[in-house]
Design a protein around this ligand. Structure first.
Ligand SMILES: Cc1cc2nc3c(=O)[nH]c(=O)nc-3n(C[C@H](O)[C@H](O)[C@H](O)COP(=O)(O)OP(=O)(O)OC[C@H]3O[C@@H](n4cnc5c(N)ncnc54)[C@H](O)[C@@H]3O)c2cc1C
Length: 366
């Protein structure tokens, strides 16, 4: 049966970005409908599942206010807390850093975000695929149409609003991962070099087992497939594979414009992933909160929607710029042979490497 209704805001996609937009817009009085193609939202798993703790987020993104209000991760969504990050060059000799991370149960994490948005009054329509947006109308595959004053594209890297109404393209890197049983220690690991050309590989230990995967830039891959790289990397770890997943990550940073008329993009749809470390969950939520707050203000006092871009630049502009720069420099360096890379990971470059991964200026001037 086809349906139709009118709302203040329609959000396409109820992932971290969309559910956070919905939560903050609805909390401030907006009538919000979230439409998502999945049921339940968040499944199947497509994630490495690592996020920084709130304390770590305060260090990484010092201009983002009120982290504890934004990130209320329930215990059930945390598989393991980690205090160490190992950055591993091809030699396998890890550089060890202090890093407070949460390895999530991502499905439970995204469910909790949906629940929070609903508690604040947002409505959800699941198992409903958006095919296109024209004017104020959102069209579903089943023939239903919904209209709203504002339409938000939070549909991830294939968002239909971005696809049809924005020209800018983003570099997307294909990613594969597995969940593996076994004991993998306490530290989260990021691996750089020829095992994941142009990208990186990871091993994030969970309360039981680990999430292990990698992403590559195809132009760096010398004719080898993502499957070959993934199989080779995963074979270094010992354990039974219990789940296999894949996805795609936008890695060229944010696009120039998030707002066009009454259309807005947020999260992966707007490129809100830090390319030097692949962090997208928390960054999508930072963007989602700003978008939700600006939408509510727009509806009550006419605040221009472009305020979303201004506030984003104030809170995240510097961090995103540093991360884009580090990714570009890294992409050039990681074309070098492994023996050169191994030499480059030394006690003198240790600080620079950590600054690049954590999106701070790598050098004094840049
Ligand atoms: C394999 C992999 C590993 C990753 N690991 C990490 C990690 O360890 N840490 C981290 O911080 N980030 C990680 N990321 C990135 C992170 O998952 C994303 O940045 C984050 O999910 C972005 O949130 P989002 O809400 O913008 O998009 P998504 O989480 O992709 O949500 C988009 C939603 O929109 C819905 N949707 C899409 N198209 C339509 C449509 N046409 N109609 C209706 N609904 C639609 C989808 O069903 C989905 O629910 C990883 C990504 C991948 C692919």
């Amino acid at each position: 049966m086809t349906e139709s209704s009118h709302h203040d805001v329609i959000v396409i996609g109820g992932g971290p970005a969309g559910s956070t937009v919905a939560r903050y817009a609805a909390a401030n009085g907006a009538d919000v409908l979230v439409i998502d193609g999945r049921d339940p939202i968040g499944t199947p798993l497509q994630c490495g599942e690592l996020v920084p703790s709130n304390e770590e987020m305060r260090r990484l993104c010092p201009n983002v206010p009120e982290m504890d209000d934004l990130f209320q991760t329930p215990e059930a969504a945390i598989s393991r807390r980690s205090t160490k990050m190992h950055i591993v060059p091809p030699s396998g000799k890890a550089m060890k850093f202090d890093f407070e991370g949460l390895v999530l149960n991502r499905v439970a994490h995204d469910e909790a975000l949906v629940d929070m948005a609903k508690e604040n009054g947002a409505k959800y329509l699941v198992d409903s695929h958006v095919t296109k947006v024209e004017g104020n109308t959102v069209f579903l595959r089943n023939g239903s149409t919904y209209t709203s004053k504002i339409i938000v594209g939070a549909g991830g890297h294939n968002d239909p609003l971005r696809r049809d109404h924005w020209d800018e393209s983003s570099l997307k890197i294909p990613v594969k991962f597995v969940l593996m049983d076994g004991n993998f220690g306490d530290a989260v690991e990021l691996h750089f070099g020829s095992m994941a050309p142009g990208g990186y590989a990871w091993m994030f230990p969970k309360s039981s087992g680990a999430n292990i995967g990698l992403g590559i830039q195809r132009s760096f891959a010398k004719g080898r497939s993502l499957n070959e790289y993934t199989d080779e990397f995963i074979s270094k770890y010992d354990g039974e594979i219990t789940f296999k997943g894949a996805g795609s990550l936008p890695m060229s940073g944010t696009i120039d414009t998030f707002v066009k008329g009454n259309y807005m993009l947020v999260g992966d749809a707007a490129g809100m992933v830090l390319p030097s470390n692949g962090a997208g969950i928390t960054i999508a939520m930072v963007g989602g909160r700003i978008a939700g707050q600006v939408i509510a203000e727009h509806l009550t006092d006419g605040t221009p929607l472009q305020e979303f871009e201004h506030r984003w630049n104030k809170q995240m502009g510097g961090v995103m710029r540093n991360s884009k720069r580090a990714f570009k420099i890294g992409s050039l360096l990681f074309r070098m042979p492994n023996w050169v890379l191994n030499l480059m990971f030394n006690f003198m470059t240790r600080g620079i490497i950590w600054r690049a991964v954590t999106c701070r200026r790598m050098f004094w001037l840049i």
